[in-house]
Design a protein around this ligand. Structure first.
Ligand code: CA
Length: 230
């Protein structure tokens, strides 16, 4: 059983989602506004968030941004629900750290399948984490069991994608990887992917791990490389 939070203001969609998710055995909470959603996030733990972009009080993109800046919520998968034809919102949302999206009107079967993929992926990552080793580069610590990155005493609010990117690069120091190669290894082949996506992830990641961002080198004409360390 997983715990899901639906942040959505339309009663018909709330009912549809709650009915189908509970039928699949999940525990569901519904918030009708962005602020209520953030409030629920602080009170309970969730495995996934379904986030509508058009909310009465604050933009769903803003909710996404707040979640991704907070280390407590940064690794919770987010599936955005957008109105049709808002491609710019999709690109922006994925850049802010959302994991996937569906456009309204969506087919419930498709959405349920996407939810299942995200939940399984997080479970696989969590269960295989134990075999992977913790990395330490000076005061930068990358913990694959808890998907946590710390810089000295501070927890860096990295998203799951940023975590995977950092862990992969730091596990292979001195080797330059191309953008598409990195995207492949992040296992995000089903989200909207352009080579710009990886630049956005790298930029966000660098901002969060300062001063160790200097270890992530841009290799002209290739992509990125983690500096060799001992
Ligand atoms: Ca709405």
């Amino acid at each position: 059983m997983s715990r899901l939070l639906i942040i959505e203001d339309e009663p018909d969609i709330q009912t549809l989602l709650r009915y189908n998710l509970e039928k699949d055995g999940h525990m569901v909470m519904v918030a009708g506004t962005g602020n209520d959603g953030l409030h629920e996030l602080r009170r309970h733990t969730f495995d996934l968030v379904l986030l509508d972009l058009m909310l009465p009080d604050r933009d769903g993109l803003d909710v996404c941004k707040v979640m991704r800046a907070d280390a407590n919520f940064a690794s919770i998968p987010i599936i955005m629900v957008t109105a049709k034809g808002e491609e710019s919102d999709v690109v922006l949302g994925l850049g802010l750290g959302a994991d996937d999206y569906v456009t309204k009107p969506f087919r419930i079967k498709e959405l349920m399948a996407r939810i299942k993929v995200r939940l399984n992926r997080n479970r696989d990552d969590a269960s295989s984490g134990g075999e992977r080793r913790r990395l330490q580069i000076e005061k930068l610590v990358i913990d694959p069991v808890r998907h946590r990155v710390t810089v000295g005493e501070d927890l860096a609010p990295v998203t799951l994608t940023e975590f995977k990117l950092l862990y992969f690069l730091a596990s292979h120091p001195g080797i330059a990887y191309g953008r598409y190669d990195l995207l492949d290894r992040l296992g995000d082949g089903d989200a909207v992917v352009t080579d710009r996506t990886i630049d956005v992830h790298v930029r966000n990641l660098r901002n969060k791990i300062r001063p160790y961002d200097r270890y992530i080198e841009t290799v002209r004409g290739v992509g990125y490389r983690f500096t060799e360390y001992q």
